[in-house]
Design a protein around this ligand. Structure first.
Ligand code: C5P
Length: 245
């Protein structure tokens, strides 16, 4: 396998509704990022045929981020369908029990990397308190992330989705091959008025051992998207030079 370049660390979130808009973004950014993420909005509106077109006709590496959360048999059956689509990675919530994760991993049968979603990067301590979590988790979201990452690891997931604040601890506990996929990337260090809470810069995510950085709005909403993606790749390259991986 060729060495992973800086741009290969960047997963651009195709957070647009139509196949036409998504294909324009793929054309625009295909040389600047390593993978494209299809999430709920695009999948609901444009469907599995569009995903297959990206994978099969356009040879695009796709992260199909559907964040499954249902009873094990339903998750397993959905994962069967996902695994047949040729996407590189997909997501399941770590949720309340191991059965859901085990069903996902079993159905994937190694055809797609299954990532456990630990605690969304839009969630802060106050949200966990409101949701009824006891103090050892609500006071310390990173503890809940670690707890759920352990579930994902034990159930055979390839890795987890977590924030850059938790990636280093996950690598330390579960080894370098257990993937840490990090959204909530803010190239300028944050300060944006949006829904993300546990954000980090590309450099910080890389230093923590992130395998992939999921980036949406900082590229999608930029005046010059290619320049925004190159700026992030530059930050990744500098971080890689500083931290041998
Ligand atoms: O960079 P931005 O905040 O726009 O990224 C948003 C994207 O990251 C969305 O596609 C969202 O689904 C994804 N995301 C994720 N896991 C999280 C938080 C956001 O996959 N914990």
């Amino acid at each position: 396998m060729p060495a992973k370049e800086a741009r290969d660390y960047i997963v651009f979130a195709l957070d647009v509704p139509t196949a036409g808009q998504a294909e324009e973004l793929v054309d625009e950014l295909g040389q600047e990022v390593g993978m494209f993420k299809v999430g709920l909005e695009l999948f609901i509106n444009s469907g599995p045929d569009f995903v297959r077109r990206l994978v099969t006709d356009r040879k695009v590496r796709v992260f199909l981020d559907l964040k499954l959360h249902d009873i094990p048999v339903t998750v397993g059956r959905a994962m069967e369908r996902i695994a047949a689509m040729g996407v590189a990675m997909t997501t399941v919530h770590c949720g309340e029990n191991r059965g859901m994760l085990e069903a996902a991993v079993e159905a994937a049968a190694g055809r797609v990397k299954v990532l456990g979603v630990t605690v969304l990067t839009s969630v802060a301590a106050a949200d966990l308190r409101y949701a009824g979590f006891e103090e050892r988790f609500s006071g310390h979201p990173q503890e809940l992330v670690k707890h759920r990452a352990a579930m994902a690891f034990e159930c055979g997931c390839s890795g987890v989705v977590c924030s850059g604040h938790e990636a280093a601890e996950i690598k330390k506990n579960f080894g370098k091959d257990f993937m840490a996929v990090v959204p909530g990337i803010r190239p300028d260090g944050g300060g944006r008025d949006d829904d993300q809470r546990r954000t980090v810069t590309p450099a910080r995510a890389l230093a923590a051992g992130a395998d992939y950085l999921v980036v949406g709005r900082p590229i999608r909403d930029a005046g010059d998207r290619r320049a925004a993606a190159r700026n992030i790749a530059g930050q990744v390259a500098r971080a890689l030079a500083a931290v041998p991986v």
